[in-house]
Write a protein that binds this ligand. Sequence first.
Ligand SMILES: *Cc1c(COP(=O)(O)O)cnc(C)c1O
Length: 396
Amino acid sequence: MIPRLKPQLGGREIAAALSVPRADDVSRFERAFAELMGQPEAIAFPYGRTGLIVLLEALGIANGEIICPAYTCVVVPHAIVRSGSEPVFVDSRADEFNMDLDLAEAAITPNTRAIVATSLFGYPVDLDRLEQIRSRHPKIAIIQDCAHSFGAEWQGKPVQCAGDAAIFGLNVSKIITSIFGGMVTTESAALAARIREIRDQRLSKPAFVKSLRRLLYLFATIPAFTESGYTWVNRLERSGLLDRFVRYYDENCIDMPGDYLEALTSVEARVGSAQVERYSEIISSRRAVAEWYFDALDDVPGLTLPPRVRGATYSHFVPLVEDRDRVLEAMLHEGVQLGQLIEYSIPSMAAYVNRCGSRGRSFPVADDLSRRTINLPVAAGMGAAERTVAALRKVV
Ligand SMILES: *Cc1c(COP(=O)(O)O)cnc(C)c1O
């Protein structure tokens, strides 16, 4: 079974995980990550969402309105609510996946304190439009959510370098991973110092058992994402037995993982450092697969291809189909697991439908995307991509 996602983990990461811990593992990872992203400061967290909570506090934001996409990972509004503010949702543009910045500007009120601009699926946000908003509203913080995009570029400018700070997620579904983990980067030394201060106050040192669990998770992950391993993973996933590991949200409540205030472990930091070294190789291979998909799929009826954008990093390759459930099921029979990505529009979720950031407004593009996106494998290599295309031609 070809997996819908695949962390690029191997001997180097195992060796790093098993090497003797050093007191500065986490700060080494931070420095390597900062350098990779061209930012002077990077601060490590156990999850991207923990980073966002601490960042909002460090920016002095509480009880405000934070503008964010309706179509994004649900952990983002969760973190906003946890920080004491209210997410105000904005629909996506019809011609791409990212939040419509005209609608975002129209959603600004005197209580707006920040805009979370997400470069979804690796598509760079329009930095020129964002800069225009910023010049009209200089007090509103701009936070780049780079959990999908990492170093995506808008007309040659890396998205993470625009704005007050950027957040990254580093779990095994991301472009590079530190097992779990997250980062905040910023150009401001003063902001970085505040973030570190709050982090070190609020987060506890990781317990030994957490490091052990992370190590075991790493060892389970490597065989799980091989093709033979994944046949089993898919069976277990369908039976619900993996819910504890793969379900990251509950439709009905705004919750956080039990250890979200337990700092990043040094095992994770060492794996993250090893991944930083492989970043350019990982990105070029994703781009090659994505470019190939554009050409190989451009004549398949029933499949709407995603936009082809220079500077995108393709964390996901996301065409639209009309009858998603049928396509997903038929592809499973062909030995390819496609994901449905992202399968919800946040303002319609039970936990958000009655909050003031969604109530009485409609999000037609996000609703449509949430029903029609499929996710082709970009990380399992060219052979897997070729088999996926052959199967899609049969199925769609
Ligand atoms: C993964 C992700 C995050 C961060 O997720 P954590 O699980 O908290 O690390 C943030 N935004 C988006 C869009 C994501 O996909």
